[in-house]
Design a protein around this ligand. Sequence first.
Ligand code: HEC
Length: 155
Amino acid sequence: MKKIILLCFFTLTACDQSPSEKTVNPESTTSEVADKSSTVTSRWYTQSQLEVGYKIYQKNCLRCHNKDAVGTLEWKKTRPNGDYPPPPLNGTAHAWHHDIGTLTRTIKNGGIPLGGVMPGFSNQLSDAEIRAVIAYFQSFWSNEIYDSWLEIGGL
Ligand code: HEC
């Protein structure tokens, strides 16, 4: 039953044909956060929030969601123990279907209350830090995905 709830959490709005155009700057493969000032101007966050978010991501999220928020390739397939693997947060999975309030709550509470495995970060991260880490993974979203997120009331 718990797994069904978790699955609904991912598929609130079924949309597997999400545009997957990637605008990730090839230079972002360096260990530093890339200068995203060209896209930052049209987004809710600043370059300095990205810098903060990058550090928070490296420390808390990288080990599961991987470099550049690519997550797990087969994120829809449960592991042998029934757990879902960490999904991509880079705009190729479902993270963009959730508004900023929902994303914040997910990071605060984690997935455990829904039968998942992600730990909650409400004790470790302040609201400002959570917003910064959201900014960081959103910096991998294409403008198309970002605009779709705005259209569904993401902000
Ligand atoms: C121990 C591994 C682990 C860590 C650490 C972790 N996550 Fe997760 N995350 C997961 C898994 C697995 C899921 C899928 C739900 C579940 O099983 O809890 C998930 C789901 C999510 C989702 C929902 C995605 C969607 O498509 O709806 C967001 C957002 C997210 N994580 C952000 C973060 C951020 C930000 C951090 C760091 C502050 C983080 N996670 C740290 C494993 C992790």
